[in-house]
Structure formats: C-alpha cells, structure tokens
Design a protein around this ligand. Sequence first.
Ligand SMILES: Cc1ncc(COP(=O)(O)O)c(C=O)c1O
Length: 394
Amino acid sequence: MTMKDRLVRGEKVMMNNVSRLPAVFARGKGTYLFDTDGKKYLDLLSGIAVMALGHSHPRLAKVMQQQAGKILHVSNYFFLEEQVELAEKLRNLSGLGRVFFCNSGAEANEAAIKLARKYGRKLGGKYEIITALDSFHGRTMGALAATGQPKYQEAFAPMPEGFRYAPFNELAAWEEAVNERTCAVLVEPVQGEGGVRPAAKDFIQGLAELCRRRRLLLIMDEVQTGLGRTGKLFAWQHAGVRPDIMTLGKALGHGIPFGAVLARKEAVFEPGDHSTTVGGGGMAFATALEVLRVMEEENLPERAGRLGRELTALFEEWRERLSVVKEVRGLGLMLALELTCPAKPVVETCLQRGLLINAVTPTALRLLPPLNIGKEELEKGLDILYEVLAVVRP
Ligand SMILES: Cc1ncc(COP(=O)(O)O)c(C=O)c1O
C-alpha cells in the first residue's frame, strides 16, 4: 500500500479537525523521520516542541520499555516511586513546592485556573484571570476561555466567564485590567501559537511587581517554552522572575501524554478539589525523569540558547538578502520567520523537499528543532529552507 492510499484512508476515518500535511510517518530516528514509502525527512518541528531530544532516543526508549514491564498505574490513592522522585526533581529545579500531574498542557492550565480561583475565593470571592491577546492555552473549555483569540472560541460560545484579555507586552493595559475581582494573571513567556513572540523582560518583571502589589497570582504557561527550549530550563528564568504557578506539558512527556502544574504553597488543592485518573502514569514519570537527566548531562538548555543566537544572526542575514523574509522572531530554539507572502506553500514545498517546519500563522514559518540536533543536520535543513525561500515570489 502506498502512502497516498494511507492518506486517503486516514482522511475518511479521522475527524477533519486540523488542516493536515500529506505525510504518514512510519518511524523516526534522531532528527529524521521516514514516511511509509520510505522517504526521509529532516524534522525541524519536533512534533511542535514535544520531541526535544529527537525521535526514538535510545535512553528514553529503554526507560519506557523497562517501566512498561515494571509498573504503570495504581490509581491516585497511592504514589509511585517515580512520581515522587519526579515531583521532588521539579520542585528542586523550579523552587515551586507543590506538584500536580495530569495528561496534557490544556489540562495543566485547567488545574492552574482552578488553583487561581481557589486562591481568589479565600481573598473574598475573586475569580477573574487576565490573559494576553493572541495567547494560546489549550482547547478544553477553561483553557480555551483563557486563550485570547476569538477565532478559536467563536464556534463554541458561550465561553466560561471570568477572563479578561490585555495586549501582550503592554504592561499599562494589564494594570488597567486589574479590578476588585482579579485573582491572577496568566501568560506565556514566549507566545507560541500566537506567532512566536517573546515577552519583554521588563514586561514580565512589571507583571510580577503588579501581582505583588495587588495580591494576584502570577501564572506562567511553560507548556511550549518549558524544559530548555528557549535557552533556560524555564523561560521565566530569563527575566529572573519566579511565577507562583507554572504549567508544563509537551517535552516533559516526550510523546507520552503528560502535563504538570507546579505551585507555591499559597496555591494548593485540598482533598476533593481536583483529580484525574491516570495523571501521566508510570511511563510518563520515568520518561520525564530521563528527559531531565539527559538535558542536564548534555547541558541542552544552554546549547539551545547558543544555537538560537547563531540561527537568529543567520536569519537576519537572510532577511537582508531575501525580500520575502520580513522579520525574525524568537528565543533559543523557538524561532519564526515572518514572510511577505503566505507561509503554507513554503511549508508544503519544504515537505516535498524532505524538511518539516510549520506555518504558525498564515504568514509566519516556525522552527522548533530538537535541542540536541547535530550541526550538520541543522545546516542541511537550513540549506533546503534557504533554497525554497530564494525562489518564492514576495
Ligand atoms: C503555551 C501552550 N499552552 C497550552 C497548550 C496546550 O497543550 P496540549 O495541546 O498538550 O493540551 C499548548 C499547545 O500548543 C501551548 O503551546
């Protein structure tokens, strides 16, 4: 059966909930993917920041196999040893004392929203959360209501109440949005789905100060930026501002459904407040522990920062040479090229040429390469992208 046949079968049976690209993958190794026809691709998207250590990482494959034969799930009435070890590790790395594990980024944000409301209730019934325009926090109803993009919300109205939106990086508007009902602000340190837009350091520092002054919780959504992607283990470390609550997902589970909420002890659940049946499970805990070990041993956050600076400098040269490149944005290995033309045809041509990237907005290309990508592979991918961009008509 050809890949084309598989695509046709897939389109008939899968919900048409995203606009897909024409490839069915059979396996991956490091930075490479192979489709069911055997064609090889360079993956500079990493499953949207999930596969931070590349595909089929031998150490991760080993712990997954071992854990599958050891223990996976016992209900949330009990702890697993890997769960406790991971929670301690995350606490030590972040300085946030309490952890809740769940199954996705959206679910982590749902838990953060509930924590904020629980905290606000204690302050006399405050419940509003301010989030950023063009943000993205997930597709479940609470996370969707927190997402400041009406295009994602319109078909599913009415949204849950209690969210206000303010422009990203415009501190004065956030000051103005705070009222007697506000209990928290929720922000991505780099807006991912909104087009790869880093928060200014003084914006994050100003938000922290605002939160201190008005007794609000500062919640950082690190689902996409977390675990080394931006050049620090957590992106809030760039601004030197520790949030009260942080959410994680994507790279933490490295392909196993997983999410986490970390919080200061002022914002905690009590028995009966919140739960989930599996909450990651043994495979996710063991995998996340190994992801963190590899990142630490190979100094990957720092490497991502260094590679990101080199790439940004290179893309700035492209911008001067290629009229189709209008702007270069990003932090670490979370980068975007704003184009003067639609991005989708560029992505499609790259795919035909064996390179995976994506169109994060209609006019912006996004690159999220694995943090351990080899220089040679990166250069190969960049050569393809340059050649494609060089013949695009602006
Ligand atoms: C910043 C951010 N938060 C939350 C989510 C939602 O995570 P998930 O798709 O795992 O529910 C995403 C997904 O792209 C994200 O980028």
